[in-house]
Design a protein around this ligand. Structure first.
Ligand code: NAD
Ligand code: TYD
Length: 340
């Protein structure tokens, strides 16, 4: 058995990856280490615990807590660490940057120290295309300079640079993937796509920032998981790999696609005051990860259709999340921003 520590494995992409990896690798045991912040949710792993009980363990803990991280490594001795744990929402990073620095930068440092001390065979960092900053023309390659513009992207870039430094300085076998926007099952409904889908189901306005012409590469989460897995298996230590569909969609087109799939009127779209420092466009050159044999399998139309269907079929999962802290956040974030 090969033991893999998956930090942040109770979040959106992490839980999809745990499910995928346990199906794909019959000789893997996955140990999920997660703080269970508002975005972490054991419901995301309910079926995994049922189907893979023998090869799955969960430990609640903070990646920034070095004692707890050391204890989990001592107990389980993973050969591989894959780090999904992060504060991830740009709008929250504009409200509370401090916690992003603690988790995304300091927490990464704590994990790297543990990887070094326990001599793991691979440390993989899950990062984002947002570290390149907005790309008005062309596509970002892995060699491009980082031009971060939000506290979220700056924190993620800090984590990436620390990973590369631990490879150069201490020979820790690090790989990094920089993924584009993911969509699919189990995404916390603060992010644009699940927010718009669940609001549209309930006939509530879809808050669209600014002119809605910002472009994102919305990739299906399983494509991203396969890309991460390809890099964990075949990537070279010290290297960075972009993972995305390679196609862009504007936010207004994304909103229209959701409303079309649900048979709801476009009049539900509510233009609101733009996000400060809103990155206009991200776009990735993915030739490096494709050279490992990976390719994206879902075009936007398929990805959004599967995504909408999942939220329609899984109200049990999201309806209870849109209460309590979520409603307070929603009010703080959206109240009084309507443009018309
Ligand atoms: P998410 O917000 O859904 O989940 C994050 C998970 O990390 C949660 O389970 C949370 O409880 C956990 N966590 C947060 N702080 C922690 C801490 N200090 N210690 C331990 N666990 C902690 O995020 P996601 O969308 O699944 O993103 C996962 C990773 O992928 C992140 O590193 C993110 O930067 C990156 N990424 C996300 C996207 C995207 O579109 N969502 C795109 C590219 C890259
Ligand atoms: P988001 O899901 O927050 O991802 P990111 O900002 O990390 O790309 O947002 C995706 C796009 O949707 C982004 O251009 C911002 C926009 N957006 C809205 O128009 N309204 C919203 O309420 C949110 C959350 C995002």
């Amino acid at each position: 058995m090969k033991t893999v520590l998956i930090t942040g494995g109770a979040g959106f992409i992490g839980s999809n990856y745990v499910r995928y990896a346990l199906q794909e690798h019959a000789d893997w045991r996955a140990v999920v280490y997660d703080k269970l912040t508002y975005a972490g949710n054991l419901d995301n792993l309910k079926d995994v615990a049922q189907h893979f009980g023998q090869r799955y363990a969960f430990v609640r803990g903070d990646i920034a807590d070095s004692k707890a991280v050391t204890a989990v490594l001592r107990e389980y001795r993973p050969g591989t660490i894959i780090n999904f744990a992060a504060d991830t929402h740009v709008d929250r990073s504009l409200m509370e940057p401090g916690s992003f620095i603690m988790t995304d930068v300091y927490g990464t440092y704590v994990l790297l120290e543990a990887a070094r001390e326990f001599k793991v065979e691979r440390y993989h960092q899950v990062s984002t295309d947002e570290v390149y900053g907005q790309v008005l023309e062309g596509r970002s390659t892995e060699e491009d300079k980082l031009h971060t513009r939000s506290p979220y992207s700056a924190s993620k870039a800090g984590g990436d640079l620390m990973c590369l430094a631990y490879h150069t300085s201490f020979n820790v076998p690090v790989t990094i993937t920089r993924g584009s926007n993911n969509i699919g099952p189990y995404q916390y409904p603060e992010k644009a796509v699940p927010l718009f889908v669940t609001n549209a189901i309930d006939g509530i306005p879809l808050p669209l920032y600014g002119d809605g012409l910002q472009q994102r590469d919305y990739q299906y989460v399983l494509d991203h998981c396969e890309g991460i897995d390809a890099v964990v298996q075949k990537g070279q230590p010290g290297e960075v790999y972009n993972v995305g569909s390679g196609a862009e969609t504007s936010n207004i087109d994304m909103a229209h696609a959701i409303l079309d799939l649900l048979g709801k009127p476009y009049s539900l779209i509510q233009p609101i005051t733009d996000r400060p420092g809103h990155d206009r466009r991200y776009a990735l050159d993915t030739s490096k990860v494709r050279s490992l044999g990976w390719s994206s399998r879902h075009a936007f139309a398929q990805a959004i259709e599967k995504t909408v269907r999942w939220y329609v079929d899984n109200e049990w999962w999201w309806r209870k999340l849109k209460t309590g802290e979520y409603l307070e956040y929603y009010k703080r974030q959206y109240a009084g921003r309507e443009l018309v």
